[in-house]
Design a protein around this ligand. Structure first.
Ligand SMILES: Cc1ncc(COP(=O)(O)O)c(C=O)c1O
Length: 383
């Protein structure tokens, strides 16, 4: 079955008891057993829930994986992956990563005696040199957040294999509609399912997807032992959202491309970071490893200081001032004061998260209205 068909049918069999074409939401926390000490498929909702399982089957199929686990949030999913490591191990992460992942690695993971190094994963030669004998996990994002940096995923997977290190990727920005890293040799795909998979700003969930049963068993053990599972209602909404993922992602990517082209010609904008533009340093790699579009996230730097940038992001009317991304409504934010405020100021400067940087998540609105909105906000912020 093709991607769109799987998004609708895998994990979504009709309800045998009633014939309902949409499966019911199973809110039960516990399940009756036939005999003491003999377990049916479901026994307790932390360990497994039918609604969660349906959505897990869908996401596993869309990511070309064999198994998926749904968590209470993207951070809970990333945290579970880091719990594969032990005291004395080392994580090598890309430098263009979500601020919350940076905070998890530097303020929580490090407490367990796990060392963390950030390095620019666009430069794989230098990146590989950061691998140590105790490196157990490499963690990247592509496109990265917020600079839209592109990592050559296949080449990075070859490096990870050579050093016998697990490679995890946060695939939130691309979604499986545009990029399927497990097909390129990655071991663990992570999602903030809160974003494109859900797609409507009404779900908080995270996912880990793998293609190896042994790795799945280790992650399942961690999930069940620590308990940050996705709720039945979030799992249901996620399953519903994924049915339109491909359509949304492609339409939103098309709109983003048009906006990026327009902004690139605007004298009030210093630079546009969008992998679909041929001027983007990662364009060729993105064109090779992304299919059907370059995503609907972009950042750009306006010709303004911190205050003017703040005024700009506060002046849009359709683009709503909010963190998060990936839904049908367009959002805007200033990474330096919002999504990446949890970076140390020095790390922000080092990694190019400057005050004039603006990040937008392009939604499903008409492209003409979105362009007009950015134009009027630029006029009010930059005299
Ligand atoms: C790229 C990326 N990864 C991870 C996360 C964390 O996900 P959640 O907010 O669902 O915990 C986010 C949230 O904004 C994100 O943008």
């Amino acid at each position: 079955m093709q991607f769109r068909t799987r998004a609708i049918h895998v994990g979504n069999k009709k309800d045998e008891a009633t014939g309902a074409v949409v499966r019911p939401v199973h809110f039960a926390s516990t399940f009756v057993q036939n005999h003491a000490g003999e377990w049916r498929e479901f026994d307790y909702s932390r360990s497994g829930n039918p609604t969660r399982k349906s959505a897990e089957e869908t996401i596993a199929s869309l990511e070309s994986g064999s198994h998926a686990l749904l968590f209470a949030s993207g951070m809970a999913a990333t945290h579970a992956a880091t719990m594969l490591l032990e005291n004395g191990d080392h994580i090598l992460a890309g430098s263009d990563i979500y601020g919350g992942t940076y905070r998890l690695l530097h303020k929580i993971t490090n407490r367990s005696g796990i060392e963390v190094t950030l390095s620019d994963s666009r430069n794989l030669e230098q990146f590989e040199q950061q691998i140590r004998p105790n490196t157990k996990l490499i963690w990247i994002e592509s496109p990265g957040n917020p600079l839209m940096s592109i990592t050559d995923i296949e080449a990075c997977a070859a490096i990870a294999r050579r050093h016998n290190v697990l490679l995890g990727i946060d695939n939130t920005f691309a979604s499986p509609a545009l990029s399927r890293p497990l097909e390129l040799g990655v071991d663990i795909v992570m999602h903030s399912a809160t974003k494109y998979l859900g797609g409507h700003s009404d779900v908080l969930a995270g996912a880990l997807v793998v293609k190896d049963k042994e790795l799945f068993d280790r992650l399942y053990f961690i999930q069940n032992a620590t308990g940050a599972v996705a709720s039945p209602m979030d799992s249901f909404l996620l399953g519903r959202g994924m049915k339109t993922l491909d359509l949304r992602m492609k339409a939103q990517s098309e709109t983003a491309m048009q906006i990026a082209e327009r902004l690139a010609e605007d004298g009030r904008v210093k630079r546009v970071l969008y992998p679909g533009l041929p001027t983007h340093p990662g364009h060729e790699i993105a064109a090779r490893q992304m299919t059907g579009g370059f995503g609907a996230m972009m950042s750009f730097e306006i010709n303004g200081d911190f205050e003017q940038t703040k005024k700009f992001v506060e002046s849009t009317k359709l683009f709503q001032l909010a963190v998060s991304l990936g839904a049908v409504e367009s959002l805007i934010e200033q990474p330096a004061s919002m999504s990446h405020a949890s970076y140390d100021a020095a790390d922000r400067a080092k990694h190019g998260i400057v005050d004039g940087l603006v990040r937008i998540s392009v939604g499903l609105e008409d492209v003409r209205d979105l362009m007009d909105d950015l134009d009027q906000a630029l006029r009010s912020a930059i005299a």
